[in-house]
Design a protein around this ligand. Structure first.
Ligand SMILES: Nc1nc2c(ncn2[C@@H]2O[C@H](COP(=O)(O)OP(=O)(O)OP(=O)(O)O)[C@@H](O)[C@H]2O)c(=O)[nH]1
Ligand SMILES: [Mg+2]
Length: 289
């Protein structure tokens, strides 16, 4: 959304800190790539939200990686909206970092990130009540809104920013799977097939579904009773159901991307980057990364 980039530029002089929200399940694909250039001269606190849905070991590895690789003065932290200790820690960090700037920008922070990543939810936790509207679809916040978070902290809630241009195929699949793209922007059967590839690699396929080379989505549709006329598997309906279950964490805590190798993680564990069914094509389309 070009309009959100305009709002960020316009309001930058008013804040001492930028709080960047990304999804702990895919901290690479869900960060806005040009953020540093968009907010020059401001520290960035990267918050890996929805940590309750992500693999905790990989979340620690990502936080370590981001802390070690970020420019001085920046910071990274994970966030589970149901964990009060996480909220307290972010409130403390945000106050400290934003107050490094003199008033009036000191003590003020803007919260930025892709649509549906959890910006307004984070703000509501920091504020201590449901002041900003939230919802499980992209595009809930439409205008800007300042909210007082206590401890002298003032927060700016903004609509989501969209990555400009065409996304690499794998990033698009991840964003679609995590609910950060409007349903009109992707083919749900393609996204469901990617999700099934992830679940197969993680050995988390729904019970009764064995990866034997045949079409997993068709068999999932049959198993779940998603049938069209004539008893054919209704892969569209099955795909929507599967993607919904994945987003709700019903297949367990899963992270889709690991930090670059060599990054120190808790316990030294590195998870696979799930390439899903489109592995070869995606890598080719993304080019050397
Ligand atoms: N499980 C879980 N869900 C979360 C968490 N944080 C946010 N959500 C859910 O994610 C969805 C999106 O949250 P919002 O706070 O509305 O996201 P947003 O970034 O403000 O979205 P837009 O305003 O549409 O750009 C909502 O359904 C939230 O309940 C979290 O820590 N854990
Ligand atoms: Mg919002």
């Amino acid at each position: 959304m070009a309009r959100t980039r305009g709002l960020i530029r316009e309001n930058l002089p008013l804040v001492g800190l930028v709080i960047e929200v990304a999804d702990a399940r895919a901290p690479r694909a869900t960060r806005y790539p040009g953020l540093g250039r968009l907010v020059p001269g401001r520290p960035i606190l990267t918050v890996l939200a929805k940590a309750d849905l992500a693999d905790p070991h990989l979340t620690s590895a990502w936080v370590n990686y981001l802390r070690n690789s970020a420019p001085a003065g920046h910071c990274a932290v994970s966030f589970d909206a149901s964990d009060r200790a996480d909220t307290r820690e972010i409130r403390r960090l945000a106050s400290d970092l934003s107050l490094r700037r003199a008033s009036p920008a000191g003590g003020r922070a803007m919260v930025v990130g892709l649509p549906n990543v959890g910006k307004s939810t984070l703000i509501n936790r920091l504020v201590g009540r449901a002041s900003a509207r939230t919802g499980d679809r992209p595009g809930v916040t439409r205008g800007k809104q300042w909210l007082r978070a206590g401890g002298g902290l003032l927060l700016l809630d903004l609509p989501g920013i969209l990555v400009p241009g065409r996304l690499p195929a794998r990033a698009a699949l991840i964003l679609a799977l995590l609910g950060m793209l409007p349903p009109s922007a992707f083919d749900s059967t393609e996204v469901a097939r990617y999700a099934l590839g992830v679940l197969a690699a993680a050995r988390r396929l729904p019970e009764g579904l064995v990866p034997d080379g045949s079409d997993l989505l068709e068999r999932y549709a049959v198993e779940r009773g998603h049938l069209a006329h004539g008893g054919r598997p209704d892969t569209e309906r099955a795909a929507v159901a599967l993607v919904g279950s994945f987003r709700d964490g019903r297949f367990g805590r899963l992270t889709l991307e690991s930090p670059p190798s060599g990054a120190s993680g808790a316990g030294g564990r590195e998870g696979p980057d799930y390439q899903g069914a489109n592995a070869k094509r995606s890598r080719r389309e993304e080019g050397a990364t």
